[in-house]
Design a protein around this ligand. Structure first.
Ligand code: NAD
Ligand code: IPM
Ligand code: MN
Length: 367
């Protein structure tokens, strides 16, 4: 199969984790006999520096010409005071829009060998396997009008939260369909006691839910869901929610399973899938070679599953991650005091090596 991928390493730790994910993908393509074609382009702060634009046309075109996009992270404190459209983050938001990626899947899975990394007791976090389905193209992130206006000292800021029925319906369908191949439970998270958007959200989700009689649907307010997530994370299956609630709850889920650096994501629903770790550019650790590359590497697994429909290859990458963690390899975010740590590169190399050996034995078994 032809795997045409555009890589957008971006800012901070983005290039560090993306290069490891690409090594894994290259090895996998080689081992399983796929034709891997890679194009690398700029986004975010690096694109601002080079082109004065966080999402140059050349980047958009390359992404639209490929089957899937792998993104590292965007964000650089040097641009924090720029106008909104000239911030690195604006490049990512526009890319999601250009690709039509309305469904953001963010799995958060507990690995038993990382029990000591979770701030929660093992008996609480054990068995956690959550899929957050976050609406990605609506809500406060894109609502109009938006502005900051007025004289210094008396300025007024406005953002608008808006959701339309078709927008809610399409993301709800994605969540219910995904729940059908899991534990068949959808929890829709909203703020229907206060917000009109959430009232409509709840009504439409309930209506869509009637088409999925095999899936159990429940609703919870976001404040209460945030508490339940730390009290009993193992009870959640699919969490369906709007853009900003999903952004917040997914970082929380990262903390619960032991590190934000573990979380991968898939942004699908449009012509080209976008795959990226959930974390940001982590300026506090950028350039040190110590970032956890597992979120980026597991994003490759999501790409193999959702864009290329190659479940065996996806499982190979996931098995590589489990084997590497089982072997005691820990980047500093995963290490307990006194534990030996490895670099981003060493962690990535371990998974690449696993993929090399596993794909060879698969080939031998097939011949
Ligand atoms: P962050 O996710 O970059 O970092 C939060 C904390 O988690 C930091 O202490 C960081 O060191 C740690 N961390 C994150 N990823 C890690 C990894 N792979 N390995 C080890 N530790 C890791 O969030 P932030 O500090 O709030 O934001 C920094 C910048 O990133 C901002 O400009 C923000 O807008 C941007 N951002 C981008 C994305 C994205 O590109 N998808 C996501 C979130 C934040
Ligand atoms: C994420 C990030 C982005 C978001 C930012 C960088 C625009 O936090 O992917 O979670 O809020 O969606
Ligand atoms: Mn976020």
């Amino acid at each position: 199969m032809q795997l045409r991928v555009t890589s957008l390493p971006g800012d901070g730790i983005g290039p560090e984790v993306t290069s490891q994910a690409i090594c894994v993908l290259e090895e996998l393509a080689d081992g399983f006999g796929h034709d891997f074609e890679l194009d690398e382009k700029e986004i975010g702060g690096v694109a601002l520096e080079k082109f004065g634009n966080p999402l140059p046309d050349s980047t958009i075109q390359a992404c639209l010409d490929s089957h899937a996009v792998l993104l590292g992270a965007v964000g650089n404190p040097a641009f924090d005071c720029n106008p909104r459209e000239l911030r690195p983050e604006a490049g990512l938001l526009r890319l999601r829009q250009k690709l039509g990626a309305f469904a953001n899947l963010r799995p958060a899975v507990f690995y038993p060998m990382l029990a000591a990394c979770s701030p929660l007791r093992e008996e609480i976090v054990k068995g956690t396997d959550i899929l957050i389905v976050r609406e990605l193209l609506g809500g406060l992130y894109f609502g109009e009008p938006r502005s900051i206006e007025g004289k210094q000292g008396a300025r007024q800021a406005v953002n608008t939260m808006g959701y339309g029925e078709p927008e809610i319906e399409r993301i709800a369908r994605v969540a219910f369909q995904l729940a059908q191949s899991r534990r068949k439970r959808v929890l829709s998270v909203d703020k229907a006691n206060v917000l009109e958007c959430s009232r409509l959200w709840r009504e439409v989700v309930a209506r869509v839910g009637r088409d999925f009689s095999d899936v159990h649907l429940s609703h919870q307010y976001v404040d209460s869901a945030a508490m339940a997530l730390v009290l009993k994370p193992a009870e959640f299956d699919v969490i369906l929610t709007e853009n900003m609630f999903g952004d917040i709850l997914s970082d929380q889920a990262g903390g619960i399973v032991g590190s934000l650096g573990l979380l991968a994501s898939a942004s699908i629903g449009g012509a080209v899938g976008l795959y990226e770790p959930v974390h940001g550019s982590a300026p506090d650790i950028a350039g040190k070679g110590i970032a956890n590359p597992l979120g980026a590497i597991l994003s490759v697994a999501l790409m193999l599953r959702h864009t290329f429909h190659l479940p065996q290859e996806a499982e190979c990458v996931e098995a590589g991650v489990i084997s590497t963690l089982g072997g005691g390899f820990r980047t500093p975010d995963l290490a307990r005091p006194g534990e030996r740590t490895v670099s981003t590169e060493a962690m990535g190399a371990q998974i690449t090596e696993f993929v090399r050996l596993a794909s060879r034995s698969t080939k031998r078994a097939a011949s």
